[in-house]
Ligand binder design. Structure first.
Ligand code: SAM
Length: 330
């Protein structure tokens, strides 16, 4: 076993696996209304190939957490089987999924039975009209049903991820938090990052962590949670003294790159050592050319060693990566 260590001494143990770049929503801050040019089928890893690379990560490189994402992972046909086979690799590894929740009402039970531990559901508003405005799809009720099914299936603690957009839902932070607290869901706000396909992000336009705190302070008293943050991206706060918490993931205004323990595998088999990396390492090509597991592990180690110290969003020389969030895996 050789850990995925970079030249700054950070060790990656948390693997984000994108299972598809496709999505059934069209969130305005993520992709255009007409969608994107999806990966051709032959470029996408097969179920077999995905599980093989996850096995290399777990068995040779010290991966201890696997999170399935996308695009929308629930639209991947082989998802439940991929979860089952990943669980069979190691009973201890933490398995989770980041999803928009559409279809979760139908699949939560099977996912739990296959060995999934937890879900993160993305939900930016609890108003059906704002949901339609942001996602361009009228599916709010499906997400609510998906959340309830996840809780009932034991996929908890259920976390909700929300992005605030100026002039759209930034005045809704307190009501979203109240809704989540009432249902026992752990809400985390994520600062909007420059990862949209349309390159519409701007530093002035994004809603900052400070603004999020100010909105929440209108209705709640937040105090820093005692538990150490470690490599977790969210800063956690007790809501009105607890036990409910709320998290803020301030990737832009309070970057936490120094504690990063993440590595990403795209749906077409590219290792990315950072969301914002401008280079990738092509494990699919190597695998299809007959590389051994040892060889794949070596390539992966080399890819990690080159991880940059930080994402540099606030640096004037920052360049947005070529792939949008939906094609990397959030
Ligand atoms: N479809 C799944 C979902 O909705 O959770 C997984 C993929 S989605 C890209 C993962 C997360 O990234 C979602 O919570 C979404 O809101 C967030 N996201 C997408 N674009 C973003 C951006 N530009 N900045 C911050 N978060 C973003």
């Amino acid at each position: 076993m050789e850990p995925l260590v970079d030249r700054y001494g950070r060790v990656a143990t948390d693997l984000r696996v994108s299972l598809t770049d496709r999505c059934n929503l069209r969130c305005s801050y993520c992709m255009p209304a007409e969608g994107l040019d999806w990966l051709p089928g032959e470029e996408q890893l097969s179920d077999e190939e995905v599980v093989r690379l996850i096995a290399v990560g777990i068995e040779r490189l010290g991966v201890r957490e696997v999170r399935f994402t996308g695009g929308e992972p629930l639209v991947r046909r082989g998802l439940i089987d991929i979860v089952r086979r990943t669980r069979a690799l190691d009973p201890e590894v933490e398995l989770s999924i980041t999803t928009n929740g559409i279809g979760l009402a139908r699949t939560a039970g099977a996912l739990a039975e296959a060995g999934l531990d937890r879900v993160n559901v993305s939900l930016d508003t609890v108003r059906a009209d704002t949901f339609l405005e942001i996602t361009r799809r009228d599916r709010f009720d499906d997400v609510v049903a998906g959340l309830a099914a996840a809780e009932a299936a034991g996929l908890g603690p259920v976390k909700v991820n929300a992005v605030l957009l100026r002039g759209v839902n930034d005045d809704q932070a307190p009501e979203l938090l109240r809704w989540c607290v009432d249902r026992g869901y752990q809400l985390r706000f994520i600062e909007q990052m420059p990862l949209d396909a349309q390159h519409g992000w701007s530093r002035e336009g994004m809603v900052t962590a400070d603004e999020i705190f100010a909105h929440l302070a209108e209705e709640f008293v937040l105090t820093p949670a005692a538990e150490p943050r470690g490599s977790a991206p969210a800063e956690l706060f007790l809501v009105d003294g607890g036990p409910a918490t709320v998290g803020v993931i301030a990737s832009v205004t309070r970057p936490f790159c120094g504690d990063c323990d993440r590595v990403r595998l795209t749906a077409d088999g590219q290792v990315r050592n950072c969301l914002f990396a401008r280079e990738e390492s092509d494990l699919r090509k190597a695998m299809r050319a007959g590389a051994s597991d040892d060889d794949l592990a070596r390539r992966w180690l080399v890819a990690m060693a080159g991880k940059a110290a930080g994402h540099g969003i606030d640096d004037p020389t920052f360049l947005q990566p070529d792939r949008p969030m939906s094609a990397i895996g959030g």
